[in-house]
Design a protein around this ligand. Structure first.
Ligand code: IMP
Length: 423
């Protein structure tokens, strides 16, 4: 399978967790390269449901090595909680199957506080963040004042660095009218987490290069989605990391010429959590999916906004990520729909546009131009072979791939590993 980058080609929550889990079977190493515990990857194995936030879902398969790369922002207390949670479920997490980059930046309580405070100040213009401190941590990284894992696990260096950063951030919090944070509490909690994590910490760049030299297959798992990318998303309604394919290189230290393939994961419709424009949003589609008990966020439990498939957006995603192959998920979500709509262009200010506008205010005014497809109106949940899918379903899925501009190779009709078809 060689080295594969997997990206979300919409607004996140495309069902990447499951596709990553399926592709992991063919990989030796799985690397997370961006984001933090804002992500939530849900994987079902038999009757067990696992929600992973920081640890790559490869951890659920014995013998796989998981890497948290340098591009990730890491809340060490949350990571220890995730390790303990997995162990309680019988999943072994050891320094042999989890490596954490020395240079990943650390999320602190003031980042979470500032995340919340900035949202309050934005009022109706809020981003709708997960309040995990992601934006302020990447902000500190870019401003070159962040602390990295290498600082966290160094007991002689960490206390002084923590003190210095906390003093500055407490001044900011006071100026914003928020409560300052307690130094001793943070020092104790972060020292405890550092002691637990120290054995996992490694120079992951060197480790990954050694692995590529001996021909190991590596899966680079994306978090969030293309339109949440700090550069290519619907700014400012985005997350703060590079969620597109390029982020897999910068977030791992593995260069572009070592990558072999980009797989884009898409839902058969569109969803988004948080604020920001979503041209194909549709109350009927939201009601249908929520009524089926689906489309609630894995991290915050928020109901996702839902709408029809937007091929203007996915074409853009195919371009920016260089998507070779598509995995279409949640196909069964449309099983009961009589007529399915797909956005093929936008109308805005009296013009028809084929590209997603960069100005979010223009995007928010875009009216979708729809093409209609007849639904299949039977359950696809138990189908295990592409040939056995209803003809209308196959036609719909192949049309989505054609409109997006990449080859359809994986179809998923439910959360279980078995509900996956390969073309
Ligand atoms: P942040 O990443 O917490 O700063 O949130 C910024 C935006 O990205 C908000 O709209 C979030 O809802 C969205 N977001 C962050 N992580 C995810 C995810 O894993 N899935 C879907 N949306 C996400």
């Amino acid at each position: 399978m060689a080295n594969v980058i997997l990206v979300g080609a919409q607004w996140g929550d495309e069902g990447k967790g499951k596709i990553i889990d399926v592709l992991t079977e063919q990989s030796e190493i799985v690397v997370r390269t961006a984001g933090g515990n804002n992500a939530g990857h849900t994987v079902y194995i038999g009757r067990d449901k696992y929600v992973l936030h920081l640890i790559p879902s490869g951890i659920l398969r014995p013998g796989k090595v998981c890497v948290i790369g340098n591009g990730v922002v890491l809340d060490p207390v949350a990571l220890v909680g995730e390790i303990d949670g997995l162990e309680k479920l019988g999943v072994k997490v050891t320094p042999d199957n989890l490596r954490v980059s020395e240079t990943a930046h650390v999320v602190f309580p003031w980042h979470r506080e500032l995340d919340g405070q900035r949202e309050v100040r934005k009022g109706t213009n809020k981003i709708g963040t997960t309040k995990r401190g992601i934006g302020p941590t990447y902000g500190d990284k870019a401003a070159r004042v962040g602390l990295r894992v290498i600082d966290l696990i160094n007991p002689t260096r960490f206390p002084a660095k923590l003190k210095e950063r906390l003093e500055e951030n407490n001044e900011v919090l006071r100026a914003l009218g928020a409560q300052p944070l307690d130094h001793d509490e943070i020092l104790a909690a972060y020292t405890r987490a550092a002691d637990r994590l120290r054995p996992y910490v490694a120079n992951t760049v060197v480790h990954l290069h050694e692995a590529t030299r001996r021909g190991a297959n590596i899966l680079f798992e994306g978090a969030q989605g293309t339109f949440l990318d700090i550069d290519h998303g619907t700014y400012p309604y985005v997350t703060s990391s590079s969620t597109t394919a390029g982020g897999a290189c910068t977030g791992s230290g593995v260069p572009p010429n070592r990558m072999d393939k980009v797989v884009g994961v898409l839902k058969a419709y569109t969803t988004r959590v948080g604020e920001g424009p979503l041209p194909t949003e549709n109350a009927g589609v939201s009601d249908l999916l929520h009524g089926m008990g689906r489309e609630f966020g894995a991290t915050t439990g928020r109901a996702r906004r839902c709408g029809w498939f937007d091929s203007v957006a996915t074409r853009h995603a195919a371009m920016v990520n260089g998507i070779d192959e598509l995995a279409l998920t949640n196909v069964d979500g449309l099983d009961t729909v009589k007529t399915i709509r797909v956005c093929v262009a936008y109308r805005v200010d009296g013009r028809t546009v084929q590209h997603i506008p960069n100005d979010w205010e223009v995007l928010a005014r875009c009216e979708p131009v729809y093409q209609e497809f007849p639904g299949w109106e039977v359950s696809t949940e138990t189908v295990t072979r592409w040939e056995d899918l209803p003809v209308n379903c196959r036609h719909y899925l192949l049309s989505l791939a054609q409109l997006t501009g990449a080859r359809l190779t994986i179809v998923s009709v439910g959360p279980a590993r078995e509900q996956t078809m390969f073309l």
